[in-house]
Every structure is written in structure tokens, then in C-alpha cells.
Design a protein around this ligand. Structure first.
Ligand code: HEC
Ligand code: HEC
Ligand code: HEC
Ligand code: HEC
Length: 212
């Protein structure tokens, strides 16, 4: 009995320690020898393929309208010269992005497509390649993990990682970082950290997963 008590205590302690770790694991860690690496995924913001209608369904979830639902039938002959020309829909958009024209990024009659400076067409969901061609230094920093934030595991042998998309933080039309965007409040030193954030730099919550 004298020998059993410490053993039981140690077992209880170990079990206690193991729990928070398990709760955080998205999937059981692979055996160390397998060499398996979890993927790094880039979040695809819904605003690349649909817009918020401002309405909610019976369960209170926001209703979104797909771009293609309106744009398959619309084949205008040219792009607007400014946001002020948008009168039938998308009214009131603001635009402040260097001296760029709408046609620097948009394609006439193909609203789900973007174009790079050399004329290469990109599906809307590949918008990051568009940003990267003009913002090389920031894209390089992003690729190295020092711009744009991330969630999940640093050690990819233990779990996956989720990166934010450029347009999660920068509106392509008014890309200056807006501190008033609806993101998590800044980290409070008296509260446990809400996510991967640094002072003055807040990463929006992208998943429903509770943070540690
Ligand atoms: C409810 C219908 C509707 C939805 C949904 C919609 N659009 Fe539009 N969009 C329009 C209409 C109508 C115009 C023309 C407005 C005008 O010229 O006054 C327009 C104009 C545009 C233009 C200007 C160039 C052009 O072809 O006229 C772009 C670019 C555009 N939309 C992109 C998008 C994208 C991207 C989405 C999804 C993220 C989207 N739209 C969703 C109806 C819609
Ligand atoms: C730097 C590239 C870029 C430029 C320049 C640009 N757009 Fe866009 N535009 C995008 C991207 C990317 C999206 C899809 C993501 C989004 O809606 O935020 C988009 C979406 C849209 C939409 C869909 C609805 C919405 O509210 O976003 C409209 C309308 C639109 N653009 C019109 C214009 C007009 C008009 C101009 C010129 C004044 C313009 N864009 C210039 C990249 C650009
Ligand atoms: C065709 C080239 C081009 C493309 C494509 C482009 N940008 Fe820009 N961007 C510019 C220019 C030019 C400026 C203005 C630079 C300046 O004023 O110093 C700028 C400015 C910015 C700024 C700083 C804004 C500020 O006021 O501080 C951000 C952030 C930005 N862009 C993000 C993006 C993102 C995100 C995308 C992709 C959706 C994108 N850009 C696509 C050319 C581009
Ligand atoms: C987690 C949010 C976030 C993401 C994702 C993000 N950025 Fe930024 N970005 C910022 C913040 C915050 C600043 C402002 C830094 C400052 O004011 O010093 C910034 C600044 C910039 C600037 C202006 C730089 C300057 O010196 O004025 C550019 C250009 C830019 N980002 C491009 C990008 C591109 C391209 C991507 C995608 C590859 C991207 N960003 C992804 C948060 C983000």
C-alpha cells in the first residue's frame, strides 16, 4: 500500500496533464517515426465568391448571394471607370488603392475572374497571386510567416495550420489596414491570449474552434 499511493498519484497527475493537450489536437498525433506533415491551408474568404445580403435566415445565419447568381447573365461591354458609376447594385463602395483602375484587377464581363498585369487570368479564389505581383516584399514576409498571422500548430508533425488570406485583413478596394474592422479585441495581459496575436496586431477569428 505504501508503494501503491505514489504510483496512483503520479498516474492521476499524468492523466490530468494529458487532457488539455488532447482537447487541442485536431487529430491524433501520428507516430514520430511516420514523418507525416500536416498541411498548411490558406483560408478562402467567402467574400471572394459571394456577398453579404444583410439578411438572416430563420436560424439567424447571414444569407449570402453568390456572385455568379447575378453575373452569369450580365455581360457589360466595359468596366466602370469609378465606383460612382455603380448605380444598379454595389452602390456606395469606396475605393482608395494607389492609382489603380478597376481594370488593373477586374475583367470585362467575367466578374468571378481577376487579371494579372501580364494579362494572365486568375479565378477569384486565387486573389493572393494578384496581390503578390505588386506587393512582393509583403508576400515574401507572408510566405516566411512574419506577415498575416496564422492559427494552429507551429510544429506540423503535430497538427495543421491555417493562414489568413490577404483579403481577410485588407479590403482590395480600400486596403489600408482598418483598425475598426470586426476582429478580436487586442490581447489583454490579464486574460488568457485569444489567439496568435501581438500587441496592436489582432488576427481575426477564422474558425469556430475555441482558442486556447
Ligand atoms: C444581387 C446581384 C449581384 C450580386 C450577388 C453580385 N453582383 Fe456584381 N453587379 C451586379 C450589378 C447589377 C452590377 C452593375 C451595376 C451598375 O453598373 O450599376 C454589378 C457590377 C459588378 C462589377 C462591375 C463590372 C461589371 O461587370 O459591371 C463587378 C466587378 C462586380 N459586380 C463583381 C461582383 C463580385 C465579385 C460579386 C461577388 C463577390 C458580385 N459582383 C455579386 C449585381 C450583383
Ligand atoms: C487590387 C485589385 C482590385 C481593384 C483595383 C479593384 N477591385 Fe473590385 N474586387 C477585387 C477583389 C479581389 C474582389 C473580391 C473580394 C471582395 O469583394 O472584397 C473584388 C470585388 C468587387 C466587387 C464585388 C462586391 C464587393 O462589394 O466587393 C465589385 C462591385 C467591384 N470589385 C468593383 C470594382 C470597381 C468598380 C473597381 C474600380 C473602381 C474595382 N473593383 C477595383 C479586386 C479589385
Ligand atoms: C497592380 C498592382 C497592385 C495590385 C494587383 C495590388 N496592389 Fe495594393 N497597392 C498598389 C499600389 C500602387 C499601392 C499604393 C502604394 C503607395 O501609395 O505607396 C498599394 C497599396 C496597398 C496597401 C497599403 C494601403 C495603405 O494605404 O496603407 C495595401 C495594404 C495593399 N495595397 C494591399 C493589396 C492587396 C491585399 C491586394 C490584392 C487584393 C493588392 N494590394 C493588389 C498596387 C497594387
Ligand atoms: C492578419 C491580417 C493581415 C493579413 C492576412 C495580411 N496583412 Fe498586410 N498588413 C496587416 C497590417 C496590420 C498592416 C499594417 C502594418 C502597419 O501599419 O505597420 C499591413 C500592411 C500591409 C501593407 C502596407 C505596408 C506598408 O508598409 O505600408 C501591404 C502592401 C500589405 N499589408 C499587403 C499584404 C498582402 C499582399 C497580404 C497577403 C499575402 C497581406 N498583407 C496579408 C495585416 C495583414
Amino acid at each position: 500500500m505504501k508503494r501503491l499511493l505514489p504510483t496512483l498519484l503520479a498516474a492521476a497527475l499524468l492523466a490530468g496533464c494529458g487532457q488539455p493537450e488532447q482537447r487541442h489536437e485536431a487529430a491524433p498525433a501520428p507516430p514520430a517515426s511516420s514523418g507525416r506533415r500536416y498541411p498548411v491551408e490558406i483560408h478562402i474568404p467567402p467574400k471572394l465568391t459571394s456577398i453579404d445580403t444583410g439578411k438572416v435566415d430563420a436560424l439567424g445565419r447571414p444569407i449570402r448571394a453568390e456572385c455568379v447568381s447575378c453575373h452569369t447573365a450580365r455581360r457589360p461591354e466595359r468596366l466602370p471607370a469609378s465606383t460612382a458609376e455603380l448605380r444598379a447594385f454595389h452602390q456606395g463602395m469606396s475605393f482608395q488603392h494607389g492609382e489603380l483602375a478597376c481594370g488593373s484587377c477586374h475583367v470585362v464581363g467575367a466578374q468571378d475572374t481577376l487579371r494579372k498585369a501580364d494579362g494572365t487570368l486568375l479565378p477569384m479564389r486565387d486573389a493572393m497571386q494578384l496581390c503578390a505581383q505588386c506587393h512582393g516584399p509583403q508576400f515574401r514576409d507572408y510566405t516566411h510567416g512574419s506577415h498575416g498571422g496564422m492559427q494552429g500548430h507551429w510544429d506540423l508533425s503535430r497538427g495543421p495550420r491555417l493562414r489568413n488570406h490577404c483579403v481577410d485583413c485588407h479590403d482590395p478596394h480600400t486596403p489600408q489596414f482598418q483598425p475598426s474592422n470586426p476582429v478580436l479585441p487586442p490581447a489583454d495581459r490579464l486574460l488568457p491570449p485569444a489567439g496568435p496575436s501581438r500587441p496592436g496586431f489582432t488576427v481575426p477569428r477564422l474558425s469556430q474552434e475555441p482558442h486556447r
